[in-house]
Design a protein around this ligand. Structure first.
Ligand SMILES: *[C@@H]1O[C@H](CO)[C@@H](O)[C@H](O)[C@H]1NC(C)=O
Length: 480
C-alpha cells in the first residue's frame, strides 16, 4: 500500500511538471487586512484614505459601511456582486468602537521581478506540491513560455520595470479568464483596468506559445538577474543563508551560493529535458537515501570564453543543481553522492539520453570545490487551456459615475484623471451617488449624510470645510 501511495505521489508530481503556472501572490483587495496601515480592514467609524497620487485598482468583495472615504485621482473599484459602500448612519458598528484614519498601503513598489511574490501553482490554481524539485531564483519569476495567473476575485498592481523592453509570456489569466493570444491580450491592454494594474517600463507580451524545444527553453530572465536578486535580498531578514561549505557553488540564475553539486550537461538533439528530469526523480531522487536532496534542472546560457579571456557569445547547456538538508561537515554530501550517481548513469547511458558530456562541481562542508568531467559520450509540451474572451463576468458591468451620476447597484467604478468626490446617500427610499471634480486639488472624500427624499443639500456634517466645492447640480434616484 505504501509503495502504491508513493508511486501515485510520483505520478502526480510528473503530471504537474508539464506546464508551468506562476501565480502572483499579493493583491490590492479592500478586504485584505495587510493592505491597510492599521493591519485591519476599515470599519464603520473609520475614515478611509487613499493617497491622492497613488493609482489603484481595488477589488471589493462585500458591503462596507464607512464614515468617509478619500479617493485617489486615478483608480478603480471592482465590486463583486453584492459588494457596495454605504454611508455609516451612526447606529450600528459591532467591533468598531474607535474610529480613525485607515490608509491604504502603498502597492507601488511591488515588482514583477521579485521572486518572493510568485508561487508555482497547478492549472487549477492550487499550490503545486513541493516535492524534490526547486527552481533557481531567476526561474521563480515567470519565464517567457510560462503561464501567469492573477487570482480570480483579486485586484493587483505590479511594477514591470525591466532591463528588457518586452516581457514575454505564454498566457496571462486575470479574473479567471485566460488571455493566450496576442490579440486578446492587446484587447485587455486597451481596456480600463490594465493601466491601473501594470506600470513600469517593461511591456508584457502574450505570445500563446509554450516552449517549442523538447530539450527545454532558457527562462529568459537573465538580463533582469540583478533586479531579481536585489528584490530577493532587499528585506533585512532575507539575506542569503550563511553557506556551510568553504567555497559555495554559484549556479547560473541563483542569487545565493549553495553547497552540494552542480552538473553542466552538453546535449544532442535527442535530449528531452522533461523526460530526463522525470527519470532522475523516479530512479534516483525517490530513493530513501536521497530524502532531503532537492534538484533544479533547466536550460541556461553560459558565456563562453576562449583561453579564459575572449567572450565568444553564449552556449546553451543543461544545468542541474543539487542541494540537501545536511548540516556542518555533512552539508552537501547527499547531493554530492546523487551527483556522482548521475554522472555514472551518464557515462553508461548518456548517448541514449541525448547527453554528450557532463561536468560536475562539488562543494561540501568537508571538501573544497572539486570538478569532475565525464568522457564524451524538442519539445516540452505546454498545457493548452481553452481561452475564453475576457469579460468581467460576475462584475456585471462598468458604470462611469461621472456620466450617470446615479446608480443603485454599483458594479464597477472607474475614476479617471480628475479628482472626484463621491457620496452615496442612503436611506430606505433614496440612493444618490455623486462624483464631482474638485477645483481646488484638495483631497476628495466620500461622505455620508442620510437625506430626506427630494432634499438637495450635499455637505457632510463631518467635513464642513469641504462644503464649498460641491455644486448644486445633484441627481437623485426616485424611490422604487
Ligand atoms: C527601465 O527602468 C529601469 C529603472 O527602474 C532601468 O534600469 C531600465 O534600464 C529601464 N529599462 C528600459 C528597457 O528602458
Amino acid at each position: 500500500m505504501k509503495r502504491l501511495l508513493s508511486l501515485l505521489g510520483i505520478l502526480q508530481l510528473l503530471a504537474a511538471t508539464a506546464a508551468v503556472y506562476k501565480q502572483w501572490i499579493p493583491n490590492t483587495n479592500f478586504e485584505t487586512a495587510s493592505n491597510w496601515d492599521k493591519g485591519r480592514v476599515p470599519c464603520a467609524r473609520d475614515v478611509v484614505h487613499f493617497e491622492k497620487d497613488k493609482v489603484v485598482s481595488v477589488f471589493v468583495g462585500s458591503p462596507h459601511a464607512l464614515t468617509d472615504m478619500y479617493l485617489p485621482l486615478n483608480g478603480e473599484f471592482l465590486l463583486a456582486a453584492g459588494a457596495a459602500f454605504t454611508a455609516f448612519d451612526g447606529s450600528w458598528d459591532p467591533g468598531c468602537d474607535s474610529g480613525g484614519t485607515v490608509r491604504f498601503a502603498d502597492a507601488e513598489q511591488r515588482s514583477w521581478f521579485d521572486p518572493t511574490l510568485w508561487r508555482d501553482v497547478l492549472p487549477s490554481g492550487e499550490l503545486r506540491p513541493g516535492g524534490p524539485i526547486f527552481s533557481v531564483h531567476e526561474e521563480r519569476v515567470p519565464c517567457r513560455h510560462d503561464d501567469v495567473i492573477f487570482q480570480p476575485e483579486t485586484s493587483f498592481r505590479v511594477n514591470t520595470d525591466s532591463a528588457q523592453p518586452v516581457i514575454q509570456l505564454r498566457s496571462i489569466s486575470i479574473m479567471g479568464q485566460e488571455l493566450n493570444t496576442p490579440s486578446s491580450w492587446a484587447g485587455y491592454l486597451g481596456g480600463p483596468s490594465a493601466p491601473l494594474q501594470f506600470h513600469g517600463n517593461g511591456t508584457l507580451q502574450v505570445t500563446g506559445t509554450g516552449c517549442p524545444d523538447k530539450s527545454g527553453c532558457a527562462c529568459g530572465n537573465a538580463l533582469d538577474g540583478p533586479r531579481i536578486c536585489a528584490a530577493l535580498l532587499r528585506a533585512p531578514g532575507r539575506q542569503c543563508p550563511e553557506p556551510a561549505c568553504q567555497s559555495p557553488l554559484q549556479p547560473l540564475g541563483h542569487c545565493c551560493g549553495v553547497c552540494g553539486a552542480t552538473i553542466d550537461l552538453e546535449f544532442t538533439p535527442d535530449f528531452d529535458l522533461q523526460k530526463y528530469q522525470d527519470k532522475l526523480v523516479q530512479e534516483l531522487l525517490s530513493q530513501p537515501r536521497y530524502a532531503g536532496v532537492q534538484l533544479a534542472m533547466s536550460k541556461v546560457h553560459r558565456a563562453q570564453t576562449f583561453l579564459g579571456l575572449v567572450s565568444r557569445g553564449t552556449a546553451p547547456l543543461i544545468q542541474i543543481v543539487l542541494i540537501d538538508d545536511r548540516a556542518g561537515a555533512q552539508a552537501g554530501t547527499s547531493a554530492e553522492q546523487l551527483a556522482a550517481d548521475i554522472m555514472q548513469d551518464i557515462a553508461q547511458h548518456g548517448e541514449a539520453l541525448g547527453i554528450s558530456s557532463g561536468k560536475m562541481e562539488v562543494a561540501t562542508g568537508s571538501t573544497a570545490t572539486g570538478q569532475v568531467g565525464s568522457p564524451p559520450v524538442s519539445r516540452i509540451a505546454a498545457g493548452t487551456v481553452m481561452g475564453l474572451l475576457f469579460s468581467l463576468l460576475f462584475l456585471g458591468g462598468i458604470l462611469f459615475l461621472y456620466r450617470k451620476g446615479k446608480l443603485r447597484s454599483l458594479q464597477m467604478l472607474t475614476l479617471q484623471k480628475w479628482h472626484p468626490k463621491i457620496s452615496r446617500f442612503s436611506t430606505s427610499t433614496l440612493c444618490t451617488v455623486q462624483a464631482r471634480q474638485r477645483p481646488d486639488g484638495v483631497d476628495s472624500r466620500w461622505g455620508q449624510t442620510p437625506l430626506p427624499w427630494g432634499y438637495h443639500h450635499l455637505s457632510s456634517p463631518h467635513s464642513p470645510s469641504h462644503h464649498s466645492w460641491w455644486d448644486s447640480s445633484q441627481k437623485q434616484i426616485p424611490p422604487e
